[in-house]
Design a binder for this molecule. Structure first.
Ligand code: SF4
Ligand code: SF4
Length: 342
C-alpha cells in the first residue's frame, strides 16, 4: 500500500474518531511493567524499592483480542472510540508489539500510545501504523541531570530513540500526532525552550505540563498534610504543588474519569489513572453504566472527591487551560506532508 492509500485509511479512522462522543476513554494496559524509576509515580517507586510487579508482564495476543471483543460486545468500546494501550507502564516493552497493533487494526480500532522512549519496539516489515492516532513521548527534562533525577535513563540514547521513532513510525504510515509531554519540575524550567526547539526540528507537538504526584495514596496524604517528611521535602524541592491545592466551592459527586474503562494485563478493571485499585474483573461488568455505578459507590472515589478536584488536570498545562488541544497546527501539517513525500 502506498503512503497515499495509507493516508486515506488513517483519515477515515480519524474522521470516525472526530464524530465519536469524547466523554469517556478506554484503555488496555498491554504491559504490566515499566523500566523507569520515576520517584513521583507508584510504579517508579516500586522499581526504586525493588518491589516486583505482581501483574502479568505482557498481555498475550489472544487475551488482547478477547478483551477488545468483550469491550466491543458490551459497548464499552464503540465505533470511532480511541483505544489507549497503556495506563501506567511501558507499552514498547511488549515483545509482540507489532502483533498487538495488527490485532487492534483487524478489530478496526484507532489506538493511542505513550512511551518513555527507552526502548525501540520491534516493527515488522508489514507493520501498519495507520491505526495509531497519537504517540506521546514522556520526558522529565532535557538534560542528563534531569534524567538522572527522574527516569534514570541515558539522555542521549533517549533523544536518538525519539528521532528513530518519529522516522520509523512515519515510514510505516503513522499520520497521527507525536506529542512530547514535557514534565515541568522546578529543576528543569530552563530546559523547556531547548526541548521545544528540538521538538519543532522533528516536526512534533510539544506540551509542557506540571509534574505531579502520580500516586493517589500519596497525593491524598499530601492534601491532608500527612506525607512522610523526606517525601514531602522532595515534593517541595521538585514540584509545583500549589497547582493541586485548588478546590471548587461546591461538593463534587462525579469526575470525568469515572466514565473511563481501564483494564490491566490480568483482565481486571482499575479505578482510574490516579488509583490503580482493582474494581473487579472486566467480565463482572456487563454495561458501562454498571461500572460507573460501581465507581460512584466506591469508597475510593468518595474519599478522592472529598479532597481533590480531579478536573484540576485540565489546568496543569504550562501556559494554562487548553494547553493539551492540538489540531491542524503547522507542526502537524509539516509532519503530514513529510510523511506523504518520504
Ligand atoms: S511515570 Fe511512566 S515511565 Fe515513569 S515509572 Fe511511572 S509508568 Fe514508568
Ligand atoms: S473520583 Fe478520583 S479516584 Fe475516582 S475516578 Fe475520579 S480521579 Fe479516580
Amino acid at each position: 500500500m502506498t503512503q497515499f492509500l495509507k493516508a486515506l485509511a488513517a483519515t477515515k479512522r480519524f474522521w470516525d474518531y472526530r464524530k465519536a462522543p469524547k466523554n469517556r476513554g478506554v484503555a488496555i494496559e498491554i504491559t504490566g511493567t515499566c523500566n523507569a524509576k520515576c520517584y513521583y509515580c507508584q510504579v517508579g517507586q516500586d522499581n526504586l524499592n525493588h518491589v516486583k510487579s505482581m501483574k502479568k508482564p505482557y498481555l498475550s495476543i489472544d487475551d488482547f483480542r478477547e478483551t477488545v471483543r468483550y469491550l466491543k460486545a458490551h459497548e464499552f468500546l464503540k465505533k470511532g472510540d480511541r483505544l489507549v494501550l497503556y495506563a501506567w507502564n511501558e507499552p514498547f516493552l511488549h515483545p509482540e508489539f507489532s502483533e498487538i497493533i495488527k490485532m487492534g487494526r483487524e478489530e478496526d480500532c484507532l489506538m493511542s500510545l505513550s512511551t518513555n522512549a527507552s526502548v525501540r519496539p520491534k516493527l515488522s516489515d508489514d507493520f501498519d501504523a495507520t491505526c495509531i492516532g497519537n504517540i506521546s513521548l514522556s520526558m522529565p527534562g532535557f538534560s542528563q541531570a534531569s534524567y538522572d533525577k527522574i527516569h534514570q535513563f541515558d539522555f542521549e540514547r533517549i533523544k536518538s530513540n525519539v528521532e528513530w521513532m518519529v522516522k520509523a513510525f512515519r515510514e510505516h504510515g503513522f499520520f497521527g500526532f507525536f506529542v512530547i509531554r514535557f514534565h515541568v519540575y522546578q529543576f528543569n524550567v530552563h530546559e523547556i525552550e531547548p526541548a521545544r526547539r528540538w521538538a519543532r526540528s522533528l516536526g512534533v507537538c510539544f506540551e509542557p505540563y506540571y509534574a505531579f504526584i502520580n500516586d493517589a495514596r500519596r497525593m491524598q496524604q499530601y492534601l491532608r498534610g500527612e506525607l512522610p517528611g523526606e517525601y514531602l521535602m522532595n515534593v517541595s524541592k521538585d514540584l509545583f504543588m500549589e497547582r493541586y491545592l485548588y478546590r471548587p466551592n461546591r461538593q463534587l459527586h462525579t469526575c470525568d474519569m469515572m466514565n473511563n474503562v481501564m483494564v490491566d494485563s490480568d483482565g481486571f478493571v482499575m479505578c482510574c489513572c490516579l488509583d490503580g485499585t482493582r474494581m473487579g474483573r472486566l467480565t463482572d461488568f456487563k454495561t458501562p453504566e454498571q461500572l460507573l455505578e460501581a465507581r460512584r459507590n466506591s469508597e475510593i472515589c468518595k474519599k478522592c472527591l472529598a479532597i481533590l478536584d480531579p478536573h484540576i488536570f485540565e489546568h496543569i498545562g504550562f501556559g494554562g487551560r487548553g494547553q493539551f488541544k492540538h489540531g491542524l497546527t503547522f507542526s502537524y501539517l509539516y509532519q503530514f506532508l513529510k510523511t506523504c513525500f518520504l
